[in-house]
Design a protein around this ligand. Sequence first.
Ligand SMILES: Nc1nc2c(ncn2[C@@H]2O[C@H](COP(=O)(O)OP(=O)(O)OP(=O)(O)O)[C@@H](O)[C@H]2O)c(=O)[nH]1
Ligand SMILES: [Mg+2]
Length: 298
Amino acid sequence: MGKSQSTEVPSQDEHNEYDTPWRNTPWGENELLEKKLKELKLSDPNTKYVRILVIGAIGAGKSSFINSVNSVFQRRITNEALINKTSDSRTFTKLYKTYYIRNGQSGQILPFVLSDTMGLESEDLHGVHPKDIVKAMEGCIKERYKFNPSCPISSQDEGYRSNPTLQDQTYCLVFVLAGDSISRMNEAVIEKMKYIRNKANELEIPQAVVMTRVDEACPLVKENLRNIYKSKKIQEKLEKCSELTGVSLSQVFPVKSYHKEIDTQEDIDVLILRAFADIVQVANDALEIKSMIEKTNE
Ligand SMILES: Nc1nc2c(ncn2[C@@H]2O[C@H](COP(=O)(O)OP(=O)(O)OP(=O)(O)O)[C@@H](O)[C@H]2O)c(=O)[nH]1
Ligand SMILES: [Mg+2]
């Protein structure tokens, strides 16, 4: 029986799937997306790279996303940022660490870096302190600082940087949210994210959301990643991400990170590149504004 017969009870998939995707994805255009990023010129010639700060709840997939961006450019799976493969209920990443991305062909370092952070947790004395995220946005946290959940960094700490340069500051704050657990997000973690977002707004730092684990969030997507914008479930979850973070839907991107694959795959790469290209663009625009302000203040 055809779909047009109204007496037929629609199958589960018919309820869950749009006929046409609600957002365009440049499937197959990996090289073009990658080329644009590799050729990016920073808006401030005196700055070597724009910093993208990655934050989110414990186990949301922050470190995996950073590794996946790196894997795309290396064209092989990389695991530089250690990921949480245990069922431990505590955040795995404990250090503030910057990841440089290299052009896989030339070996040259590209003009954008990703900073990984400790996960946010519901309890007050666990997970990264939201004030530390604010200090990281301001560029006041030195490389490899070990986050202390019970006490935010102070100017007396060794890991504190008192005179951050433009390069140390954040130009895009990326919230990483796990698509398969978005509806169960803890209220206390949501409150911590709100606090961070308000501070990011005060600092005029643009924000984006990367929704990971899309394969676990929707069976249609697990079957074929190209169903991503046909899936109503994914659409609802992206809207929820926007609602929880206050970030506009146009800046919310679904990705599947590399987690068990042994080779990179075109479709996985496209979603990552599509999200990352926007994040880098927004960051570069913010750098332009900050460097102009700095010049006028000189
Ligand atoms: N299926 C699937 N698993 C993923 C994806 N992204 C991450 N994972 C898995 O989710 C788990 C947590 O990932 P991490 O990258 O360590 O998460 P994190 O946010 O860095 O965690 P903490 O450092 O502990 O706060 C790991 O087992 C990953 O393999 C994804 O897109 N799909
Ligand atoms: Mg981590």
